[in-house]
Design a protein around this ligand. Structure first.
Ligand SMILES: Cc1cc2nc3c(=O)[nH]c(=O)nc-3n(C[C@H](O)[C@H](O)[C@H](O)COP(=O)(O)O)c2cc1C
Ligand code: SF4
Ligand code: SF4
Length: 283
C-alpha cells in the first residue's frame, strides 16, 4: 500500500503549485502501473500559523512530497522549530524547494537532511523556480507549463523508483538522494549595496494605502506569520518574512513596500538574475 501525500509552506503559492503537481502525477503514474495499491491523501498546507501548532506523524506507507520556498539560500529559518516536530516514521519523501531565479544554494540539501533527521527517507528531489516573492518581473508567472513538465518527469522517475523497490525489496531507497548543495551549509545569503555593505531587510514591513483598502481581510488570513492585525490591516504587528503574500494577494493593490534598501535589493535581483534558470531534479 502506498499513500501519496503533499505537504508545503507557500506564501505566494508557487511551492504549492509544484508540490501538488508532483503529488498528483505521482499518484496517477503509480495507479496506471497497476503494480501497487495506491491512494492520494489530503494535502497538508502548513502556511497558516495554526497549521504549525499541531503534530504530524507519518508511517512507512506514506510518500510525502514536501516543499518549502528558498529564503536567503536556505530553508526558511522561521520554519525550523516546526520542522523539528515532524515524525517521519519511515515515510518516503520527495523534498522540493522553490526559488526566485537567483539560486537555491544549500536549501535543498538542508531540507533533505532535516527530513532524514526526522525519520523520512528522501529518495528523489527537485529545485524549481517560482516568481520571486519581491517582484512581478523576476521569473514572472513561474512555475509555467515548461516547469510543470519537469515536475511530471520527477514524478515519473520517483514512481519508477518506488515500483522498483516494491519488486526488489525495501533496502533500495534507504540511501538519501544526492542533491546539489554544500555541508557545512553556507551562511544565509546577504544582500549588499553598491559599496558591498550588507543591506539589512530583517525589520522591513509592508505598508498600507488606507484609501485603497476595502477591509476584505484577505491579507489578514493569508499572512503566514499571523502578523497582520485583524482590526487594522495596515498594522504589521509581528514578524514579517517578506513573503509578499499580503502585497500580491491584495485585490485592491493597497499594500506596498517603500524601504529604500529593500527596493534597491529587489531591483538588483531583477537586473542581475533576469536570465531564465531551469529546474533541476534528482532521482
Ligand atoms: C525573504 C526572502 C528571501 C528569498 N531568498 C531567495 C534566494 O536566496 N534565492 C532565490 O532565488 N529566491 C529567493 N526568494 C524567492 C522565493 O524563494 C521564491 O519566490 C519562491 O517561489 C516563493 O515561494 P512561495 O510562492 O511558495 O512563497 C526569497 C524570498 C523571500 C521572501
Ligand atoms: S487584502 Fe488589501 S483590501 Fe483586503 S484588507 Fe488587506 S489591504 Fe485591505
Ligand atoms: S506581513 Fe510580511 S509575512 Fe505577512 S504576508 Fe505580508 S509580507 Fe508576508
Amino acid at each position: 500500500m502506498i499513500r501519496v501525500r503533499s505537504m508545503y509552506f507557500s506564501g505566494t503559492k508557487t511551492t504549492r503549485k509544484v508540490v501538488e503537481r508532483i503529488a498528483d502525477r505521482l499518484y496517477e503514474d503509480l495507479k496506471d502501473s497497476g503494480l501497487a495499491e495506491v491512494t492520494r491523501a489530503g494535502s497538508i498546507d502548513f502556511t497558516p500559523p495554526g497549521a504549525r501548532e499541531v503534530p504530524y506523524a507519518f508511517d512507512a506507507e506514506d510518500v510525502v512530497v514536501f516543499g518549502t520556498p528558498v529564503i536567503a539560500g536556505r530553508v526558511p529559518n522561521v520554519l525550523l522549530s516546526f520542522l523539528d516536530t515532524l515524525e517521519g516514521g519511515g515515510a518516503k519523501a520527495i523534498p522540493v524547494v522553490l526559488y526566485g531565479n537567483r539560486d537555491f544554494d544549500d536549501a535543498l540539501i538542508e531540507l533533505r537532511d532535516i527530513l532524514t533527521g526526522k525519520g523520512f527517507k528522501p529518495f528523489a528531489a527537485g529545485a524549481f523556480i517560482g516568481e520571486h516573492s519581491f517582484s512581478r518581473t523576476l521569473a514572472a508567472g513561474r512555475p509555467d507549463e515548461q516547469d510543470l513538465e519537469v515536475a511530471d518527469a520527477l514524478a515519473k522517475a520517483a514512481a519508477g523508483k518506488l515500483l522498483q523497490e516494491t519488486r526488489e525489496g525495501a533496502a533500495a531507497l534507504d540511501v538519501p538522494v544526492a542533491v546539489d548543495g554544500q555541508t557545512p551549509y553556507r551562511p544565509y545569503y546577504k544582500p549588499r549595496d553598491r559599496q558591498g555593505n550588507h543591506i539589512n531587510i530583517l525589520k522591513v514591513k509592508p505598508k498600507l494605502d488606507a484609501d485603497k483598502c476595502d477591509g476584505c481581510g484577505i491579507c489578514v488570513r493569508e499572512c503566514p506569520m499571523g502578523s497582520i492585525s485583524d482590526a487594522a490591516p495596515g498594522i504589521v504587528s509581528g514578524i514579517c518574512i517578506k513573503c509578499c503574500a499580503c502585497e500580491k494577494l491584495c485585490p485592491q493593490g493597497a499594500i506596498y513596500f517603500d524601504d529604500p534598501g529593500y527596493l534597491y535589493h529587489k531591483e538588483e535581483l531583477e537586473l542581475g538574475f533576469a536570465d531564465r534558470k531551469e529546474p533541476k531534479i534528482y532521482t
